[in-house]
Ligand binder design. Structure first.
Ligand SMILES: C[S@@+](CC[C@H](N)C(=O)[O-])C[C@H]1O[C@@H](n2cnc3c(N)ncnc32)[C@H](O)[C@@H]1O
Length: 360
């Protein structure tokens, strides 16, 4: 079975890249066509047009198929071109850009990965974080696994605008000047337990296979390139979140989350409530690695009173072993959204970029 990136644009996987005989498109061409006709429309008309253009361009498909399988994903290739300066344009202009810059596009594709860091997801995690802090009567120590640049580690430094239709609830970080932080908008439905104030975070740390460094201009440029061309509001939000992280860079450990979690958790202050959380990460792990992670979480829950928040979608990648990233809820109910679990129990369905929160 072939599978592809979901609307969040994060990596998927197609079958063999080898061209099939007859009129059928190669798997890579199919992957780009799917991205261009299913994932991109509504998010980026430019990416939709470019991706369909690539799907219908056998020479480009041949070049893309020279890359290792996990490097052929549309978002990675398109972000590499954007990183190198490709502007919104009709496909022929983009094609000419690729011809001029193909070696550089290849170099970026081979050296980078899709590591979209979406600060907006903090809006969907915040109510649960505040509940945990209130129940424990202590401030929070946060560990994000698969943290990218760690922008979700600052839920106490962002502003929030929760729109429940009849009423809008605004939360702002204490003492921060307006305009100095991103304001994360989120449409609510159901009885979302909104806090009266932001929870206190006394310690924050992350783990990533390849942590991005907000002090490195190239890493910042890559984070910007991963945002789809027309989504200026996300770019603006990213810039503000990066400025906050630059002022107080988070502790980020390089390595596999399963190898690093226990050692990092042992560094968290014991007088704070530890929360381990993740968004858009479990799809990168196979079932055995996810089981190992859950085992570690169970151990931390018993030994440390640790809480676990999982914010994941079904279809970012379908694993080769056929296992589901979110077995608790079927895809027809999620429809491209994420399931938020607190200690393994479903609590909400969240917009993949934090734009909505439906409490269950
Ligand atoms: C799609 S990004 C999401 C980043 C962040 N969680 C967010 O929501 O903005 C997934 C991140 O998980 C990281 N990752 C994937 N597998 C990992 C593993 N086994 N251990 C640590 N990090 C991993 C990737 O490097 C990438 O930065």
């Amino acid at each position: 079975m072939s599978s592809r990136g979901a609307a969040s644009g994060e990596p998927g996987r197609a079958e063999s890249g080898a061209a099939e005989s007859g009129a059928r498109e190669s798997a890579t061409a199919e992957w780009y066509r799917h991205f261009g006709t299913v994932d991109a429309p509504g998010n980026s008309e430019c990416y939709a047009a470019w991706s369909v253009g690539i799907a219908e361009d056998p020479e480009l498909i041949r070049r893309i198929d020279e890359w290792p399988h996990n490097k052929r994903q549309p978002l990675l290739m398109l972000a590499a071109a954007r990183f190198l300066g490709a502007h919104i344009s009709p496909y022929p202009g983009f094609r000419a850009f690729l011809d001029h810059h193909w070696e550089d596009v290849s170099r970026i594709v081979l050296s980078r990965a899709t590591q979209t860091n979406e600060a907006g997801r903090s809006a969907t995690l915040l109510p649960s974080l505040a509940q945990i802090a209130a129940a424990g009567g202590r401030p929070l120590a946060l560990i994000e696994v698969g943290a990218s640049a760690g922008l979700a580690l600052f839920p106490d430094r962002y502003g929030y605008e929760y729109d429940a239709g009849a009423a809008v609830t605004r939360l702002v970080p204490a003492g921060a000047a307006p305009g100095s932080y991103p304001v994360l908008g989120c449409a609510l439905s159901g009885p979302v337990p909104l806090p009266a104030a932001l929870p206190q975070v006394v310690w924050r740390a992350g783990i990533d296979l390849n942590p991005l460094d907000v002090r490195e201009p190239d890493d910042v440029a890559w984070l910007e390139a991963l945002i789809w061309p027309e989504q200026d509001f996300r770019r603006e939000r990213l810039r503000r979140a990066i400025a906050i992280a630059q002022a107080d860079p988070p502790l980020l450990v390089a390595g596999d989350l399963n190898d690093q979690l226990l050692a990092l958790a042992s560094q968290a202050p014991s007088d704070a409530t530890l929360v381990v959380f993740h968004s858009a990460v479990m799809a990168y792990l196979d079932a055995a690695a996810r089981d190992r992670f859950r085992g570690t979480i169970s151990r931390l829950a018993v030994e440390r009173g640790c809480h676990w928040l999982s914010n994941e979608g079904h279809t970012v990648i379908i694993q080769a072993d056929g296992s589901s990233v979110v077995p608790e809820m079927d895809e027809s109910r999620l429809r491209g959204r994420f399931l938020l679990l607190h200690n393994g129990n479903p609590v909400a369905i969240a917009g993949p970029h934090g734009q909505s929160l439906e409490w269950l």
